[in-house]
Design a protein around this ligand. Structure first.
Ligand code: NDP
Ligand code: 8X3
Length: 257
């Protein structure tokens, strides 16, 4: 679908083929935003685009790329069509955990993938889109951190990547202050998405056990919180927001039934 108006607010969401990213696409589309959706699984993005355009009569652009690939990220940013040339909200959501092992047992390749995706991918995407973000009259960058910025056993490198997201969000907020760019870091607790299935490499029963005895957050809960942060008055910015289900008090403490 063509964009109706270049004035329409544009949201760019990385990792929109599943979980929080997909739920954010649905939430912003239902409120009339035009959306650029990213992920590696292009068929899922096409399916989502069709669904949202039909249901909400909004314009959706797909931008499939791997956030780890610097060249692809910058090419994708360069190739955004003329009438999409401003980004009002960037949601840096693409990310993953791989493995849950003691430091000395963990796989080096898993560490590389988490660092390349959760940290370097977020940096590349933000840097590549910066010219378009600066064109917005009310720019906002929203980074997905996690309660995992607090260390838990066998969390090692995943926790480190989310601590890095925390620090980078603070740093962006300081360095981009002079441009009037809002920077929000959202730190969710356990939420049932494809996250654990990815973490445990397709092992469904181990993935399910993570949520035993819990009513965890849903992707829609997190999207609601993100939408709330993105739609506050122009002079108000939520800098950091930790959100958990009521049975979780920190990265470590749970009250399982
Ligand atoms: P999902 O696995 O459901 O979704 C992850 C998304 O990231 C997918 O759309 C995936 O798309 C995308 N993605 C992964 N790697 C890449 C890549 N290299 N390039 C582009 N896109 C990529 O997980 P969630 O929705 O739960 O997770 C979203 C974010 O929230 C992550 O950053 C995660 O760390 C964080 N988080 C999750 C929590 C949870 O309990 N679920 C709690 C706290 C934070 P594709 O595979 O198509 O590329
Ligand atoms: C995902 C939440 O606690 O499984 O970031 O690491 S946790």
């Amino acid at each position: 679908m063509q964009k109706y108006s270049t004035m329409q607010k544009v949201v760019f969401i990385t990792g929109a083929s599943s979980g929080f990213g997909k739920a954010c696409a649905e939430k912003f589309a239902c409120h009339g935003y035009d959306i650029i959706i990213n992920g590696r699984r292009e068929e899922r993005l096409l399916e989502l685009k069709e669904h949202l355009e039909i249901k909400y009569n909004t314009a959706i652009l797909i931008s499939p790329f791997d956030v780890r690939n610097k060249e692809d990220v910058f090419d994708a940013a360069k190739n955004i069509p003329e009438d999409w040339q401003h980004i009002d909200v960037l949601i840096n959501n693409a990310g993953l955990a791989l493995g849950r092992d003691y430091f000395d047992d963990a796989e080096l390749d898993d560490w590389d993938t988490m660092i390349d995706t959760n940290v370097k991918g977020l940096l590349y995407t933000t840097k590549a889109l910066m010219p378009l973000i600066k064109k917005s009259s009310s720019p906002h960058i929203i980074n997905l951190g996690s309660v995992a910025k607090e260390v838990y056993e066998k969390g090692n490198v995943y926790c480190a990547t989310k601590a890095a997201v925390d620090i980078l969000s603070q740093s962006m907020r300081v360095d981009l202050l002079r441009h009037g760019i809002k920077v929000t870091a959202i730190h969710p607790g356990a939420a049932e998405t494809e996250f654990s299935l990815v973490r445990f490499k397709g092992d469904e029963s181990t993935a399910k056990k993570i949520y035993d005895g819990l009513t965890p957050l849903t992707a829609e809960d997190v999207a609601d919180v993100i939408y709330f942060c993105a739609t506050l008055p122009p002079h108000v910015c939520i800098n950091d927001l930790v959100v958990t289900c009521i049975q979780q008090a920190s990265a470590i403490y749970f009250n399982r039934k």
